[in-house]
Design a protein around this ligand. Sequence first.
Ligand code: 6PG
Length: 467
Amino acid sequence: MARKAQIGVYGLGTMGSALALNMAEQGIEVAVSNREVDWIGAFLSEAGSLAGHLHPHETLEGFVDDLAQPRVILFMIPSGAPMDAMIEAVAPLLAPGDTIIDGGNADFHATRRRSADLARRDIHFVGMGVSGGEAGARHGPSMMVGGTDHSWQQLKPILTAIAARYEGDPCVAHLGPDGAGHFVKTVHNGIEYADMQVIAEIYGLMRYGLVRDPHSIGEVFARWNNGPLRSYLVEITGKALGYDDPATGHPAVDVIKDAAGQKGTGRWTVIEAVRLGQSASMIDAAVAARSWSSEKNTRVQAEAILGGDRSVLDLGEDVLENAFLAARILSYAQGFRILDAASAAYDWTLDFARIAEIWRAGCIIRSALLDDISEAFGADMTGGQLILAPAMAAQLERTIPALRRVLAAAIAGGHAVPAMAAAIGWYDTMRQGRGTADIIQAQRDFFGHHGYERLGEDGVHHGPWWE
Ligand code: 6PG
């Protein structure tokens, strides 16, 4: 009898095919299938010599039948309704103990619902965040795994074999039950949005404030990529700024319409932060900036009415570099704060040091800073408050003055810096033991008799404004 496949990959789009090839390269026997069956042949031709480890199937029944039991099936299909339809189609073919994985970017509430529904049928459902784009999936992604321990034992050897490695450590971990993996991936993407927005703001300050050309700005990013800002996003930004458009000969960035797309994970992060009683203001600013960017016509009209002047700035590269680093630390800090809140709300006991570790390679936000963050969380830091970690506080003390200088110049000069401005607003709020919410409480009690707490006293108090 032919050897059964160790895993099935259903969905041979960009990410699914890259993951299947990565597995085949590790010698793993992979059953593959796709809704549009004509994709399967094309995929096998692309696989070349790796096709020997790939078992193609045109029917779902044949695909499921080819899997060693208990079965593991990775679905790489669009999230939402297609995933629910797929579950309905495949579940009757499965047996107790089998595991279905959703490797797409899914809303973790849907993952929790699907896990609970399938658990009633003794089928395990894993929400797994996969980061790193096509190249990551093909040569080593970072993977954030939810679901049961049973599924993790099934998946661990395969995922460990295909994961990115940071100094030998595979960038994959079982982070918690049900939706934990998808939630951590969502916050990863929120941080990704904030970091990309900060990069865009710093680029804008160099481009329109320092009046430098894209190529020379690209060189600055390339230099920064050798220092504390080293990261995949800084690296690709530097490279992107070095390209010219073949059709016009202009810098490529100059022919791209300044309207950013978004598929929803940044927005989910903001929504969940608010639901959890938090506010990830930098991620919110990044999502907002993408939304505002898509109002291109309004912006063009407003420039004529409101004036689009931006003054020339006098800022050195080192000041911008430190401002960027401060903002980056604060965006990670906001992201981990949401993870901390979710961990408590959903009883996940997320391991923040491990999350930082598996983000050090393979994923889109991989950066030198994550090494410092994993150490900070590992050094007996209780809670998810990164700004309280001594190593992070020291880096902030060194870099915050630059963020203040850059923001003061940018705001006075009319440059848009919403994410960096959100960063300093949050930082200054959090570093003051006595804030100004006392007057908010006074107002609430004055107009609505909502009551307030007195310092050092129990109970709810009112007045004296009633006399
Ligand atoms: C990753 C990316 C990936 C994708 C997101 C963001 O970790 O590999 O985050 O999941 O780029 O979908 O997409 P949008 O910018 O379109 O929301």
